[in-house]
Design a protein around this ligand. Structure first.
Ligand code: URA
Length: 431
């Protein structure tokens, strides 16, 4: 086969701030997926994109080329409307766990194809695998049948869905090219468009624990993704949310499942409940149910019933005890005052070092490892009171976790301004 382009020419174009044509982008993605374009050439290309950006049309063409690199799911045969959610990732972000069954309890289908954690951000599948017996891999038939019967499915995205993104994401991860708006937007939206959902709500995070720190860049990412979804026929809305502080009190795997179950039981930390309800309202509005009483579904146990059915359908025992750690270490308040800062990123890195996350894709995670916070910014604390508990199966991990967390929190005199970066939900972006 004669290749229609020379990849070095394409790299020169992006390096020199030019634009690639739709044909060039389609060829590049296809040639990379089949191995004709090498990792070193694609690394140069992604760095050129990282540094020089991409135009609107280029981002659209890149997204569609990645969709075309694999299979596209089709929910035509389903009797329910589909609506999904995607978060750009953060610390303590377990929202998918209570959200999917909550939304499905209204009779809509939530086809949530999730990933595993890498680095300081956790992965939904790792969290759910804390539940004895639960399995992440479903056949296409099992997936569709559970969507029809239970409504909510959280499972692993097969390797056939946007495989170009799988390859490209792994390359970006080791070449310092993750934090690029065109690359993040096309990566996320290619998977969601290939997944075939009719509607999508994006939780785009900014702040210390997010991929993008700056709210202005977060908004730009949200606008780019909403445009990509809408143009591809997926009804898409985004919430711009603050990830300067860990979400909820649990950071890890089993402890995040426990906190999610508290939310499904009508309790749980206020920030987790607020975001779960806001995203549920958006997802249900896109599915034609703008007046759904989502709070009532948490209080009545309807969402909990769907959770139990969802876990059971995937082999899990919703009543089984969750794993407990071999070792714990409590960190106490060095002085009395007000907790004015609790920086998400160092706590995420701390939980990761305790074993809740993985350094390499193939590593196992420790389901019982992580951090449980006992105070949140704005809380008044007394000297000696527990501030957070670290858990791990390896006692020698505590020191490195503490190194990460050192300086990440601050107790000050009453009246000192609390540094959280403002409200949890800071914007709503529509087409
Ligand atoms: N999540 C993704 O799937 N892709 C990115 O590029 C970043 C976050």
């Amino acid at each position: 086969m004669v290749e229609p382009f020379d990849v070095v020419d394409l790299i020169h174009t992006k390096r020199d701030r030019g634009a690639l044509s739709p044909e060039q982008i389609r060829w590049l993605v296809d040639a990379y997926t089949r191995g004709y374009v090498g990792d070193e050439q694609m690394a140069a290309m992604t760095m050129a994109i990282f540094l020089n950006g991409m135009g609107r049309e280029e981002v659209r063409d890149l997204t569609l080329a990645m969709v075309a690199s694999g299979d596209r799911l089709d929910f035509q045969g389903l009797s329910k409307k589909t609506t999904d959610k995607h978060s750009t990732g953060g610390v303590g972000d377990k929202i998918t766990l209570p959200l999917a069954p909550l939304v499905a309890s209204f009779g809509v289908a939530v086809p949530q194809l999730s990933g595993r954690g890498l680095g300081h951000t956790g992965g939904t599948l790792d969290k759910l695998e804390s539940i004895p017996g639960w399995r992440a891999s479903l056949s296409p038939e099992e997936f569709l049948s559970q969507l029809e019967s239970v409504g909510a499915v959280i499972c692993a995205a097969g390797a056939k869905l946007a495989p170009a993104d799988g390859k490209l994401y792994a390359l970006r991860d080791i070449t310092g090219t993750v934090e690029s708006i065109p690359l993040i937007a096309s990566s996320i939206m290619s998977k969601k468009i290939a997944e075939g959902t009719a509607a999508l709500v994006l939780d785009v995070k900014f702040g210390s624990g997010a991929f993008l720190q700056d709210p202005v860049r977060g908004r730009e990412l949200a606008e780019t993704m909403v445009r990509l979804g809408t143009d591809a026929g997926v009804a898409t809305v985004a919430l711009l949310t603050n990830m300067n502080v860990p979400l909820g009190l649990a950071i890890g795997n089993a402890n995040e499942v426990r906190e999610s179950v508290e939310v499904l039981a009508g309790g749980g930390p206020a920030d987790v409940v607020e975001l779960t309800l806001a995203l549920a309202r958006e997802m249900l509005a896109l599915a034609g149910l703008p007046d759904a009483d989502v709070e009532a579904a948490l209080k009545s146990g309807a969402a909990m019933d769907t959770w139990r059915a969802m876990i059971t359908a995937q082999g899990g025992d919703p009543d089984a005890a969750l794993p407990t750690p071999k070792h714990t270490q409590v960190v106490t308040a060095p002085r009395s005052g007000v907790l004015v800062r609790q920086d998400a990123l160092p706590f995420g890195i701390g939980a990761w070092r305790l074993g809740a996350g993985r350094a390499r894709q193939q590593d196992p995670v420790q389901h019982a490892a992580g951090i449980d916070l006992h105070a949140k910014p704005g809380d008044v604390v007394t000297a000696g009171q527990p501030l957070f508990t670290m858990s791990s199966n390896d006692g020698d991990r505590f020191e490195r976790a503490l190194e990460a967390i050192e300086g990440a929190y601050e107790i000050a005199d009453p009246g000192t301004a609390v540094e959280t970066g403002g409200a949890l939900i800071q914007g709503r972006i529509t087409a």
